[in-house]
Design a protein around this ligand. Structure first.
Ligand SMILES: CC(C)(COP(=O)(O)OP(=O)(O)OC[C@H]1O[C@@H](n2cnc3c(N)ncnc32)[C@H](O)[C@@H]1OP(=O)(O)O)[C@@H](O)C(=O)NCCC(=O)NCCS
Length: 209
């Protein structure tokens, strides 16, 4: 399935999704140096990679072109809405159309932007996209047990802990579990109904710009 242009791409990967704090935009080639810098950060590698070394440059470049710029990807740059500053990226991977599931990924690469609610809102916008536009059934993710900020943020966004791969990662001299989390369409819609809408409808509508 390819989504080069037209209404199908707009449905699959709207040019932009607006929240209260963040705006998600399709990536542009100019984002590459930022992405490269984030993936060179050892603290980011510690939080997100099995390997302790940051991702090699060529691998980041391949990832950027294939997975972030590719027309078939659901991949977004995260911008602070008030200033348009680029702070990170989010993607879906491993689409399983038969079972209506994907995996969710997020990296806020600018460390000074951590802990201000941007990650939680980004996850909510991606869950909304998955369940309310793409009609998917399940969004999963995995996170290292020591990444407490991420786990807390995912729970706030609507993910639940479903299981753990025991002692799957070694870091700082000990083993840690890898935690599996998931969100389901039914519980997402129920949560939305009981909480009232998080954002007003015009803010959530995919932009045509
Ligand atoms: C994980 C990430 C997406 C979260 O986004 P964020 O914008 O920083 O998180 P938010 O501000 O939305 O929410 C963080 C929550 O965790 C809490 N928190 C922060 N540090 C914490 C810690 N060390 N332990 C427990 N909770 C923590 C915050 O207080 C907040 O919860 P609260 O609103 O109830 O107070 C972002 O920090 C990030 O990209 N980090 C680096 C890469 C990474 O870890 N990616 C995830 C890989 S699975």
């Amino acid at each position: 399935m390819t989504h080069e242009a037209g209404p199908e791409r707009e449905r699959w990967q709207p040019a932009m999704m607006d929240g209260r704090l963040v705006t998600l935009r399709r990536h542009r080639p100019e984002n590459m140096p930022h992405v490269l810098r984030w993936y060179r950060d050892p603290e980011l590698a510690r939080l997100t990679r099995y390997q302790t070394q940051p991702m090699p440059r060529e691998e980041v470049e391949r990832f950027f072109h294939a997975r972030l710029l590719g027309p078939d990807s659901v991949a977004y740059a995260i911008h602070i809405r008030a200033t348009d500053r680029l702070i990170g990226l989010t993607t879906f991977s491993s689409l399983d159309a038969d079972n209506g599931s994907v995996l969710f990924h997020i990296t806020i690469g600018e460390r000074d932007a951590w802990g201000q609610g941007y990650g939680t809102e980004t996850a909510q916008l991606m869950l909304e996209h998955a369940f309310e536009r793409l009609g998917l059934h399940r969004v999963g993710l995995s996170v290292f047990a020591f990444n407490e900020r991420a786990i807390r943020s995912y729970e706030k966004a609507g993910f639940h802990i479903e299981g753990r791969l025991r002692e799957a990662i070694q870091r700082e001299g000990r083993y840690w579990d890898e935690i599996q989390m998931g969100a389901l369409a039914g519980e997402w819609l129920e949560r939305r109904q009981s909480a009232g809408r998080l954002m007003s409808p015009p803010e959530l509508a995919p932009s045509r710009g």
